[in-house]
Design a protein around this ligand. Structure first.
Ligand code: SAM
Length: 367
């Protein structure tokens, strides 16, 4: 972790600005930093030989901004650096194919959920050179591997998102997608709530698919097949096509495995006939009143969680609240600057689960 050790810390009146770097406030061992392009927290910890300065993992900044902040912090404290490991650290260049949850997804034509080794994803990209294909995967090593393959194969129409696909569809405009592929999803026989195919996912698929667009589920699990068929059947304005042991253009790693075992493979095509209204979801993450009467017990609701973890005192009437909120499987860690009109230190990603958690947070804790 990039850090420095300095010999002393001076009492400082925050906020203070030095060479374009603003130190906004101090909340116990955390110090809020604002640069031209980022906002993050650094942590100051007393050590035998001085003070260790490192960054807060939740608000993790890029290395170049962190370096600038460390150096200005040394200056305002008139301190000496006793140790540093930042000069040797190189910035990891952002990969242009890798998107963030906050990225604009309004140009995506085709989605593949859980692409694994990426054989089918790359096939899709080559077959549809004028379309933008989004691969959504939760497994980081698969993402690393596929990003390398994309570079090697020189395909330029794939975008990758490291997230839970069940959350991402809510960020896509209505009637936009030509197709959604879910090939060999994890059956989760013992934890069905973790399955990709569920009522919300189908509803969002119907909304985001164009008229005559389709969702293709391919699975080796008869249990998952029966479960999914039942889920699809509760929707109107769709056609379902079911196939068994249908040869397919690409055989994925999983498919190769099941074929060797002579397992049956099932396909469901859900064809959408609905033209859905545009959703205009404005997620307003503002607060009206200061938050108080905190309860540190995690609160688990149907679609989201809230867990207030820690309160850092800033001064008599301000504090920094550290909390976890949003989707149960992929909660987001955030800070709230609690004052007369509280604000998030960095806004949560604009997704439904975060918004629901935000509304509940207001209902529970606004004074
Ligand atoms: C059994 S593998 C199949 C991979 C690939 N489709 C194939 O046919 O070889 C299932 C993949 O889905 C991914 N996955 C599971 N749940 C997911 C979710 N909610 N969102 C995105 N990816 C998910 C897993 O990480 C895994 O790579």
């Amino acid at each position: 972790m990039p850090h420095i050790v300095i010999d002393k810390i001076k009492p400082i009146n925050y906020p203070i600005k030095s060479n374009g770097i603003e130190f906004l406030f101090k909340a116990e061992e955390l110090i809020a930093v604002k640069t031209d392009i980022s906002k993050f927290l650094i942590k100051v910890q007393k050590r035998d030989n001085g003070y260790l300065i490192k960054y807060d993992k939740i608000t993790r900044p890029i290395i170049s901004e962190l370096k600038k902040a460390y150096l200005e912090f040394v200056k305002i404290n008139e301190a000496k650096i006793l140790f540093e490991n930042i000069s040797g650290i190189k910035e990891k260049l952002p990969n242009e194919n890798l998107l963030e949850i906050t990225s604009d997804l309004s140009n995506i034509d085709i989605i593949e959920v859980g692409f694994g080794s990426g054989r089918h994803l790359i096939h899709l990209a080559k077959e549809n050179p004028n379309k933008i294909i989004l691969g959504i995967e939760i497994h980081k090593p698969s993402i690393e591997q596929v990003l390398k393959r994309i570079k090697h194969e020189k395909v330029n129409n794939i975008r990758i998102l490291n997230h839970d696909a069940r959350i991402i569809l809510s960020k896509i405009p209505s009637n936009q997608l030509e197709s959604i592929y879910v090939h060999f999803p994890v059956p989760w026989d013992k934890k069905p709530h973790r399955r990709v195919i569920n009522q919300d996912f189908i509803k969002e698929s119907i909304r985001t698919l164009k008229k005559n667009g389709f969702l293709h589920l391919r699975t080796d699990s008869d249990n998952y097949f029966n479960y999914s068929l039942n889920e699809f059947l509760s929707f109107n304005k769709i056609d379902l096509k079911v196939k068994k042991n249908m040869p397919y253009v690409v055989s994925s790693k999983y498919e190769d495995r099941w074929k060797k075992l002579n397992k049956d493979i099932y396909d469901i095509y859900m064809i959408n006939h609905e033209i859905s209204p545009e959703i205009k979801e404005e997620f307003d993450f503002s607060f009206e009143k200061k938050l108080c009467n905190f309860d540190f017990k995690p609160k688990v609701y149907k679609n989201f969680v809230i867990h207030i973890e820690k309160i850092y005192q800033i001064d008599n009437d301000k504090e920094l609240i550290k909390l976890t909120m949003g989707n149960f499987n992929r909660p987001e860690h955030v800070y709230i600057l609690n004052k007369e009109k509280p604000e998030y230190f960095k806004l949560p990603a604009p997704i439904k689960e975060n918004y629901l958690a935000h509304l509940e947070l207001k209902r529970l804790f606004e004074c």
